[in-house]
Write a protein that binds this ligand. Sequence first.
Ligand code: IPM
Ligand code: MG
Length: 355
Amino acid sequence: MYRIGVIPGDGTGPEVIREGLKVLRAVAEKVGFEFETINYDLGGERYLKTGETLPNQILEEMKKLDSIYLGAIGHPNVKPGILEREILLKIRFKLDQYINLRPVKLYPGVDCPLKDKKPEDIDFVVVRENTEGLYVGVGGFLKKGTPDEIAIQESVNTRRGVERCIRFAFDYCRRRNKKKKLTLCGKTNVLTYAHDLWERTFNEVAKEYPDIETDYAHVDAICMWMVKNPERFDVIVTDNMFGDIITDLGAIIQGGMGIAAGANINPDGTSMFEPIGGSAPKYTGKNVINPLAAISAAQMMLEFLGEAEAAKQIESAIIKITSEKLKSLQAGEMGYSTSEVGDMIVNYIKEQALS
Ligand code: IPM
Ligand code: MG
């Protein structure tokens, strides 16, 4: 019996999580596992009503869960940064979810903005460090509000933090067993301290993985290659900030935020799974948002819980829908409502053979 914490969150979060849970229930029944959900009402509404973001007691409870399933965090009436830092980043940091795993996979039938690129060309995974770098919040102001103002925001990179991320990436690349190629994405020509540590650690750890081909590219070049030759990538490992940026680019080449999912992983603790798009206030409550990203996040959650068959069931249903049904992955242009997409996935899962 898995205990899954659910944070529907803000905006369209609750709508997509509802579909994701529907799919989880269907697949659980089909392959035969059980789960219970513990609902956490966190996000902008709670903050506006009570001033609370993430109470410590909830954080402690979360450490005992098997996983967390998150919709979206972000509210138009709350100043940017508060909810992100106090809820989303706090969970990532305090639960030590040191990997942010973001697959970039173009499914058949999905419109790709890259000319002539096919599903076989776009299939890689970004391993983003998730607890360090520019995200730690080390820094401050001097002479704030004056013409002499100074703002400093430090990137923190520890040997331990960098090494565990790189090791995860090598292991993941080996387990994935595709091109068996790991690309380090950095900026060693400018970040001559931080990314020197990354490069040295990468090269040392690489010696333990002779079966994995290694590759290095600067982040700006990575952006270019992701557009020009995405087929050169298998697994990319990078720091927190660069990982944030390149995974939005990744999302758009796989069809957009409607399909992009990510996993915040602590291999020895509680991991959290989320669609990587935001709370989409303009689509909220309209039953038009694409739930496939949240459904993919549920698939990733099952993979990490060890429910491989259930995860496969979800992915093949998604491929069915993208290749045979949806007109577009964009909100409001799918040709179906949010709940109809969820229902179609559920029906395919019921009909499909077990592998
Ligand atoms: C993401 C988001 C977050 C991040 C924001 C909402 C803090 O962009 O998950 O990629 O920067 O990590
Ligand atoms: Mg981002």
